[in-house]
Design a protein around this ligand. Structure first.
Ligand code: AMP
Ligand code: MG
Ligand code: MG
Length: 334
């Protein structure tokens, strides 16, 4: 980077609205987390811990969260940050995990009026340091390297109840293409802009639905069947599935389960909404809330559709029995 660009970004970094500074910093922070995730895999000791049934944590989840939270909390001390790995991660952070840079192209955006004066205490950052841990561990144990594409780092920014900004980093993007840059980061802010990817047009002549590959059960399957898909893409991670919608590879993401959490959906939802798609629950068809006190589980399921899709059609197909089951597992309003 030339000295002039550095100076310009430093100036913008101090004068840009807070929301832009948080997303711009999150882009660089997510890239660093991706390097940490790759380093741990290449060193060959994942340090796997079972958090619950079909729910794993590795050294990569812990270290990536450590780096993300240390970096964001030192730059934005008044912002509430909620990470999937909770307080189980060490507060002892190597200095090269503490990222202070920010992405100049995000800093240079024109901020919409409604977000210009947002203050630190109005923001909540939802962090999933490694989305797709099942696939990350299986890629390592069974050497099924195609699963590495499913791994993402998710940093979502909420203002009040609403998911407004998001960053998704895919650390293994291009890993099979020799000479191509490894990893990519996509971002979006509602009403402001998006970047790092090209919007694709979802299939018009077929219905392609993406869903879980590692958390399938009878309820998930019955909601899927009700959508009469022509093709089902079973892939890991909420981040990766929403990427398929952003890039036009699937029409909808259907997950009739309370297994996803707010850190899984905040960033993907914000980016999807920034380009005109929609993510809601499956009981009332409403957006989830992302304030600091909300229930972590998305207990009413996840239904997301690509831009141009008729979300209400997918919602209308959800069987009443599935709606009943999902509304029964809810413990809070959203
Ligand atoms: P999947 O689509 O199965 O990859 O899940 C998307 C996200 O939700 C991942 O972060 C999963 O860990 C999480 N998730 C989904 N279902 C469950 C579950 N039954 N238990 C724990 N985590 C889940
Ligand atoms: Mg996750
Ligand atoms: Mg995770």
């Amino acid at each position: 980077m030339s000295p002039n660009i550095t100076l310009t970004s430093l100036k913008m970094a101090s004068t840009s609205p807070l929301i832009l500074r948080v997303v711009a910093t999150s882009v660089v922070v997510a890239n660093r987390a991706g390097e940490i995730i790759r380093d741990i895999m290449s060193k060959g000791d994942l340090g796997i811990v079972e958090k619950g049934k079909n729910d794993l944590q590795t050294e990569a989840d812990r270290s990536a969260q450590c780096s993300i939270i240390a970096s964001l909390s030192s730059q934005f001390p008044g912002v509430k940050i909620i990470g999937e790995e909770g307080d189980s991660v060490s507060s002892d952070v190597p200095s090269d995990w503490n990222v202070t840079d920010s992405d100049p192209s995000v800093l240079a955006l024109k901020c919409p009026d409604n977000l210009k004066s947002v203050k630190e205490d109005e923001l909540v950052i939802w962090v999933d340091p490694l989305d797709g841990t099942s696939e990350y561990t299986q890629a390592w144990i069974s050497k099924v390297t195609s699963l590495l594409d499913h791994v993402t780092v998710l940093i979502g920014v909420a203002v009040g109840n609403k998911a407004v900004g998001g960053v998704i980093h895919q650390p293994y993007y291009n890993y099979l293409k020799e000479g191509a840059p490894l990893g990519r980061t996509i971002w979006g802010i509602i009403g402001c802009g998006w970047g790092g990817f090209t919007i694709g047009s979802a299939p018009k002549d077929r219905r392609v639905i993406t869903t879980t590959r590692s958390h399938l059960d009878a309820t998930v399957q019955s909601a899927l069947d009700a959508m009469t898909p022509d093709e089902v893409l079973r892939v890991g991670g909420a981040g990766h599935k929403v990427m398929l919608l952003l890039e036009g590879k699937a029409n909808a993401y259907v997950f009739a389960s309370g297994g996803c959490k707010k850190w899984d959906t905040c960033a993907p939802e914000a980016i999807l909404h920034a380009i005109g798609g929609k993510l809601t629950d499956m009981v009332q068809g409403e957006s989830y809330h992302y304030h600091a006190e909300v229930e972590h589980r998305n207990s009413r399921g996840v239904l997301a559709t690509a831009p141009g899709e008729d979300h209400s059609w997918y919602f209308s197909r959800i069987p009443e029995s599935v709606r009943q089951l999902l509304s029964g597992s809810s413990t809070s309003s959203r």
